[in-house]
Design a binder for this molecule. Sequence first.
Ligand SMILES: *Cc1c(COP(=O)(O)O)cnc(C)c1O
Length: 429
Amino acid sequence: MPQIQPEAVLLDYDRRHVWHPYTSPTEPLPVYPVVAAHGVYLRLMDGRELIDGMSSWWCAIHGYNHPRLNTSLKEQAEKMAHVMFGGLTHEPAVSLARTLIDITPPNLQKVFFCDSGSVAVEVAMKMALQYQAALKLERRKHFLTIRGGYHGDTLGAMSVCDPVTGMHQLFSGALPVQFFAERPVSTNDEAWREDDIADFQTQLAGHHQEIAAVIMEPVVQGAGGMYFYAPEFLRRVRKLCDEYGVLLILDEIATGFGRTGRMFACEHAGVAPDIMCLGKALTGGYMSFAATLTTERVGEVIGRRDGVFMHGPTFMANPLACAVANASLDLLSEMDISTLIGGLASGLRRGLEPCRALPAVAEVRVLGAIGVVEMKKPVDVAALQREFVERGVWIRPFGRLVYIMPPYIITGAELDYLTSRMVEVIKTL
Ligand SMILES: *Cc1c(COP(=O)(O)O)cnc(C)c1O
């Protein structure tokens, strides 16, 4: 019989041998052992239950241990957990492709399934490079993006992350060099100022012959700083890309599947990309999985003269991942996203309002089911985390940001509990 390890033994081994995200190998921040999760609750090894404010980094939109998601996995596991996708296909993949094509902008007609968000971004970048190469525009080997973005941790994806928060100097010489425009200042269309597009326009006009695609997160920049920007910026970017024959990649990995109050954040601008990256909440937070979608045109150009698209992960279109993604999308289709997320947005606005008056707070902003309190100074992550856990909530700050994006199933009372603990802790700073 396996022996249940006491907490201290587990934590000690973890500390000495197991790497956690963005953590020192020698002086890691503390971690909390979790044994189970259900609904919006995480259960720690010592029996405490925490209300989850993070959706496990945007993923667990339906909460944890969801009966319908569990069933889809069990049923699929009994048919086949995995088969190679080279030379084979299966119903879970085809039906997922059909749903994704139905719910994304109508020009997106081709789906590439892959392993994780970062890989979906690599795939998108390679599609753009192969497209331009097939058009004999071989100088178009670079990308243009805006500052403050985050697109993943692999080398190509890192090259288009914000140069400062993405620590480009650490990898200088190893990363492809890309073009960066200033990020827009306007946070909504009412506040739109023409100045916001000027730098982007100058860069594209000056370098379009070297640019394969523009890549951006639509309306919300996530891990690069939790910035919200005016949809008008996206409309202008779309227009400029068309003018210069440059593709537009929208990275909806964090924003997709309802988080901003629309199924996809590009809908706020009424803009369709040439390539779209999906990930994170795609499987309702059950496992790593992602997809890159593109147009008939991009597919057709890449395929000219027997061209093949040069990517094919071992676990491409994994049936378990497809099955749980299908179940998650079924659940989403039963929701009225704008009403549901609108309700969460009001709850977040009301709940975080008291933070505005606090001396340590620089700004409070809410969009959809995302609530951000930006502090004037970077916070002590370990200390704040402990304060939150002691109050029964799971919130993981980074840098100057204390933010939440709870599972959509959170109740009004649970959300009030979460935001009031957040206010209580921030008050002490
Ligand atoms: C998280 C994220 C990624 C990377 O996804 P992984 O699954 O962590 O590789 C890429 N782009 C955006 C916008 C993200 O939020």
